[in-house]
Design a protein around this ligand. Structure first.
Ligand SMILES: [Ca+2]
Ligand SMILES: [Ca+2]
Ligand SMILES: [Ca+2]
Ligand SMILES: [Ca+2]
Length: 281
């Protein structure tokens, strides 16, 4: 084989490698104290932990949680780069709420053009719940899309305020009816969402215990130009492969699995140091 031919084969191989690397999801699991998380497939939700819903992520539980990072390529409509759109999110729970936090990088935070049911056309995070994890191909009463727009930034996380702002107006238990509470803050490179999704409402009654799974998904709608949505980032590996569809098809949702964990305390320092899983037989 001539040197030229070897060189050409090498270049061809590089081009093929680049093609495939541009077409696979690149998100990652940023490991905390939970174990067994799988990107785009499964997130562990440690409980019981309380969170102050104030748009600040300085709560102890967020420091111990495992975060999942959705990159610009993890999408059905990819963003040009991670500075334009990317996010990381985490979950925890107590006896009333599944708490959800998202730290979003977005070059232009757009809100106020579309509201409530149409808020998905502005910058917005979407959380999906399948309360019984029955993975139907259409929404039943325990399925909901909850769309939290950037118009929650600075808002009082009172359900009376939040319900009027939320989108996700599909199915029976629609986003605004889930009694989700949420607020947000603006950051140097984007914004933060902190929310509480009730364990009990008109659609579901979730009783956390170790090993219990529900359907769960996270998406980001990025609008940068003030018209409709520009980019669509999606956590679900299955959905990115098959095409966007969680808004009416719960079988595309990945899963959230509850795990009972306690904070181990260093009494000499009077500080909590780590989570430890409670083994149940
Ligand atoms: Ca907080
Ligand atoms: Ca953007
Ligand atoms: Ca369901
Ligand atoms: Ca934006």
């Amino acid at each position: 084989m001539s040197k030229n031919l070897s060189f050409l084969i090498f270049i061809g191989f590089l081009i093929i490698l680049c093609f495939f690397s541009n077409n696979v999801q690149s998100g990652e699991v940023i490991k905390g104290d939970t174990s067994g998380d799988v990107y785009g497939v499964l997130i562990k939700c440690a409980f019981p932990n309380s969170i102050v819903i104030d748009g600040k992520l300085n709560d102890l539980a967020w420091k111990h949680a495992t975060w999942h990072r959705i990159e610009a390529k993890d999408a059905t409509v990819p963003a040009p780069d991670n500075k334009n759109a990317s996010l990381k999110f985490a979950v925890t729970a107590d006896d009333k709420y599944i708490y959800f936090a998202a730290e979003i990088t977005d070059n232009k935070v757009q809100s106020g053009e579309n509201s409530a049911c149409d808020v998905w056309n502005d910058d917005s995070v979407e959380v999906y719940i399948d309360g019984e994890n029955d993975k139907a191909s259409a929404y039943d009463v325990n399925d909901a899309q909850i769309t939290i727009g950037a118009d929650v930034i600075g808002q009082n996380p009172d359900v009376k305020v939040t319900a009027g702002l939320l989108g996700g107006c599909v199915g029976i238990t629609q986003g605004p009816k889930t009694e989700t509470v949420a607020t947000g803050t603006l950051t140097n490179d984007g914004w933060i969402v902190e929310a509480g999704i009730p364990l009990k409402n008109s659609g579901w009654n979730i009783k956390p215990k170790t090993g219990l799974k529900i359907g769960f998904n996270v998406q980001y709608n990025d609008d940068d130009d003030g018209a409709g949505r520009d980019y669509k980032l999606i956590w679900s590996v299955k959905e990115v492969k098959q095409g966007e569809g969680s808004w009416n098809n719960p079988s595309l949702f990945p899963e959230l699995e509850f795990v009972q964990m306690v904070l181990a305390v260093d009494y000499r320092a009077s500080i909590t140091t780590t989570w430890a899983e409670i083994k149940t037989k």
